[in-house]
Design a protein around this ligand. Structure first.
Ligand SMILES: Cc1cc2nc3c(=O)[nH]c(=O)nc-3n(C[C@H](O)[C@H](O)[C@H](O)COP(=O)(O)O)c2cc1C
Length: 220
């Protein structure tokens, strides 16, 4: 599989079935992430790989209701970082960017070896910290749920989630995000808050958890 194919094939599927996760697989994914570029070569990414039945089950209580499908994941990758691990020129913290790059590499490698790697924001930060012993000064940026794509639709899914798993990838038009030679503000949607529901998320308060931030923050 070449890079373009991995990019095209990667999807945030939610219907997962078990797959054996070995240390070799974990090291393979970790090393793919670890080859990403970073500001001053600071490598500010940290990953907590959670696998094995008992370890995964401990993490289930950190999942939001909307992410119940992730109980079928065979591997959870908790992505963490903190600003002082990376370059901090005026007004810029590069740790989120660099960790995102590394995470992208990891997800493409997962795709290449036949795994779904689904990033999420829907989890309890407090519970995740407690269960995995993550210090308060680290931001828990995302949890990636990995597994094998199931041939049937997961019973955990809401109707809109089922449609996403069956349907095509949803994207806003390319010309609204790729500007040529100058930024064109007329390409921005009039009400930017609509973009989430229109292009990726359903309307409503789908994210049912003891929210540590309001659901509408996800839609920005
Ligand atoms: C930072 C981030 C947070 C996300 N949070 C969730 C989540 O909590 N639950 C979920 O089911 N999907 C989540 N997603 C997956 C997105 O919904 C998905 O990537 C998007 O709809 C585009 O679909 P695609 O990845 O299949 O192209 C998240 C993705 C990212 C990058």
């Amino acid at each position: 599989m070449d890079v373009r194919e991995a990019i095209d094939r990667r999807r945030a599927y939610r219907s997962l079935e078990p797959v054996e996760i070995t240390e070799e697989i974990v090291n393979d994914l970790a090393s793919a992430a670890h080859k990403a570029p970073s500001c001053f070569n600071n490598q500010s990414w940290r990953f907590v790989f959670v696998y094995g039945k008992e370890n995964l089950e401990r993490m289930h209580e950190a999942l939001t209701k909307g992410n119940a499908w992730a109980k079928d994941a065979s591997l959870m990758i908790v992505v963490i970082s903190k600003p002082d691990l990376d370059c901090q020129p005026k007004d810029r913290d590069y740790n989120m960017f660099d960790t995102g790059l590394a995470t992208g590499f990891l997800m493409l490698r997962a795709t290449e070896i036949g795994l779904v790697a689904h990033p999420t924001a829907g989890y309890s930060v407090g519970k995740t910290r407690e269960i995995l012993g993550i210090p308060d000064d680290f931001t828990i940026i995302t949890i990636i749920h990995a597994g094998k794509l199931s041939s049937s639709i997961s019973g955990h899914l809401e109707e809109w989630q089922q449609e996403r798993d069956r349907g095509p990838r949803v994207r806003r038009p390319l010309e609204t995000v790729a500007h040529h030679n100058a930024y064109d503000p007329s390409m921005e949607p009039e009400d930017d808050k609509d973009k989430g529901s229109e292009f990726g998320w359903p309307e409503g308060d789908w994210l049912d958890m003891e929210l540590e931030w309001p659901a509408e923050d996800l839609h920005r």
